[in-house]
Ligand binder design. Structure first.
Ligand code: GDP
Ligand code: MN
Length: 366
């Protein structure tokens, strides 16, 4: 604290004219990037592409969040790449970032000795990010804290952006407006299977939560079958063998558009708090993608979840490219849908399952 002010909540705001506030048909929306200072080149690449392909025509705000203060050079360069609007730089409070320890307001303490042992063993087994504590902080933050950051509170929808991604095509529509007009809550572009080694007990935890929750009158969303292998969906075995009823499908969260009211809802927060209490974010390495996905499928119906199949996007090592040549020409796409890196109809994509058991019909223009 400085003079009694908690600087961990510090947000630095730049207003870059012309600053568009009214005349939009959608509520307040923002593009959010969680990023480290040393990723500045990747951040610039992303901003450049997203501004060019989408945001220069809409001028939505940007929010950059970091667990450390942004350097002035990071702020100077990134803000110079944003066309116009409001650009916010927020610091994440330690209580929202670090592992919850005993005797803090953040409830249950973790056994850090056990966490360290598990990290060592996961690292040895070659689990992706298995030995990395900061990655766990990041996943927990993206699962249950980002929408509570003071810099985010004025927004109703957010689009997640990451450093070093590519947007292959012009956006011919505004995903925020689309969600808003359709009263939808969640949009994605890629869906695939999670590494089971990162979530050994996630599904039993989810089942325990549901058992308790259903007693309180909670009904599962109508496309739950998309991620379960019981019931009807069980007829279609996933390519990736799973040891539980969870088929490991998830929406890739490095690109997602979501309703912040959904994330702030009591139900979603009860769900993530229950997960958090088991310590699974740290004892294992639960990713925010399966958490967002399971939360959305549990609490939302198929009409509320949108597959944006005209957005071209790449995050190593996979991408998605619109299948229709018409769209690729109209939207000036720089991708080839037949390329092997296009995951859409590869065996490790969950899209086919989504068409069968999820949103069914493809994305339609409005
Ligand atoms: P991957 O996509 O799962 O391989 O993980 P990334 O390394 O891309 O991390 C996901 C997002 O979180 C990216 O936007 C990163 O910039 C961000 N991120 C990851 N770790 C940290 C961290 O320790 N601090 C901050 N500020 N951002 C992080
Ligand atoms: Mn990434």
């Amino acid at each position: 604290t400085i003079e009694g002010i908690d600087i961990s909540f510090f947000t630095y705001t730049i207003y870059k004219p012309p600053y568009k506030t009214s005349s939009r048909n959608a509520p307040n929306c923002t593009i959010l990037m969680l990023v480290r200072n040393w990723e500045v080149d990747g951040a610039l690449k992303t901003i450049r592409a997203l501004e060019d392909r989408f945001n220069k025509n809409h001028r939505y705000d940007w929010v950059f969040l970091n667990d450390e203060p942004f350097t002035l050079s990071f702020i100077r360069s990134t803000s110079s790449f944003v066309s116009s609007g409001k650009i916010k730089y927020g610091i994440i409070p330690k209580t929202h970032w670090n592992p919850p320890v005993a005797n803090t307001s953040d409830k249950n303490g973790l056994n850090m000795t056990a966490v360290n042992l598990n990290m060592e063993s996961m690292e040895k087994r070659g689990v992706l990010y298995g030995g990395v504590l900061s990655y766990r902080n990041m996943c927990r933050f993206q699962s249950m804290k980002f929408y509570k950051h003071p810099a985010m509170l004025e927004y109703e929808y957010y689009m997640r952006a990451e450093p070093n991604v590519e947007y292959f095509c012009d956006f011919h529509m505004d995903p925020f407006e689309y969600l808003y007009k359709k009263n939808a809550k969640y949009g994605f572009v890629i869906s695939m299977y999670e590494y089971e080694d990162t979530i050994p007990t996630l599904w039993e935890t989810v089942e325990n939560f549901i058992e308790g929750e259903i007693n309180d009158g909670c009904k599962l969303g109508n496309c739950w079958d998309f991620i379960t292998d019981s019931g009807i969906a069980g007829k279609y075995r996933p390519v990736v063998a799973s040891n539980s009823d969870y088929n490991l499908c998830h929406f890739w969260s490095n690109f997602e558009v979501g309703s912040l009211s959904f994330y702030r809802s009591e139900k979603y927060n009860n769900f993530v708090a229950y997960l958090d209490n088991t310590g699974g974010f740290y004892y294992e390495r639960w990713g925010d993608a399966p958490i967002h996905t399971i939360g959305a499928l549990m609490l939302l119906n198929e009409e509320e979840i949108v597959h944006f199949d005209t957005i071209g996007y790449y995050h190593a090592p996979f991408g998605t490219c619109p299948n229709s040549e018409n769209i690729r020409l109209q939207q000036k796409c720089i991708c080839d849908p037949t390329h092997l890196k296009n995951i859409d109809i590869q065996p490790n994509s969950c899209l086919m399952r989504w068409w069968k058991h999820g949103g069914g019909k493809k994305f339609t223009y409005f």
